[in-house]
Design a protein around this ligand. Structure first.
Ligand SMILES: *[C@@H]1O[C@H](CO)[C@@H](O)[C@H](O)[C@H]1NC(C)=O
Ligand SMILES: *[C@@H]1O[C@H](CO)[C@@H](O)[C@H](O)[C@H]1NC(C)=O
Ligand SMILES: *[C@@H]1O[C@H](CO)[C@@H](O)[C@H](O)[C@H]1NC(C)=O
Length: 162
């Protein structure tokens, strides 16, 4: 189950629910899922160079295990958006392709400080099963393997339905 069933107290107050899943990310190599596509001429395109724009398409799994059930993909754009290189702006669609929510999306947007452990962005809304929802997402890097630039990011989302 992707969703935890809301308890009675929650149902009476607001229709709130949460979901947890994991982004499988490679930032270099032949199977990179985050790739710089443009940046300032003459500078190294990187997460800490203002103006660098990345395309992202991470697989999303149900547990941290790379081979666990796929629930969708995280597709969108990242921009090194702070002049001093400290922040990245995130515009990502969570595109579900699991049985329950196939074709539905959640739209994540915000600016994150790269060195923070818990990075928070808005869930501005969604499509399909997630029409009219809103909430927030917490992104936490739980695993990093330097040799292969392999990263696992836990994404915890709190949603309110009206
Ligand atoms: C929760 O959802 C139900 C059914 O969609 C709706 O009737 C109710 O007003 C909602 N409750 C709140 C607090 O939004
Ligand atoms: C890249 O992906 C291909 C196809 O899935 C796989 O065969 C290959 O081992 C991967 N390479 C690396 C370096 O992970
Ligand atoms: C980076 O983003 C944080 C919010 O995540 C903000 O408080 C901070 O001012 C930003 N820093 C710069 C240099 O833009």
């Amino acid at each position: 189950m992707l969703f935890s069933r809301p308890n009675e107290a929650q149902l009476q107050r607001v229709n709130q629910t949460n979901l947890v899943f994991f982004l499988q990310e490679f930032t270099s190599g032949p199977n990179a899922t985050v790739v710089p596509v443009i940046g300032i001429t003459g500078k190294t395109w990187s997460f800490v160079t203002f103006g660098t724009i990345f395309a992202i398409d991470d697989a999303i799994t149900q547990t941290p295990d790379r081979s666990s059930a796929r629930v969708g993909r995280a597709q969108g754009v990242l921009v090194a958006s702070a002049l001093d290189g400290s922040n990245v702006s995130v515009t990502i669609s969570i595109v579900f392709n699991n049985v329950d929510y196939s074709g539905s999306t959640l739209e994540l947007q915000g600016t994150i400080h790269q060195n923070e452990r818990y990075r928070e962005v808005s869930v501005v809304s969604g499509t399909g099963r997630f029409r009219f929802v809103r909430g927030y997402a917490i992104l936490e890097t739980i695993y990093y393997e330097r040799a292969t630039s392999y990263t696992i990011i836990r994404c915890t989302i709190e949603l309110i339905y009206n």
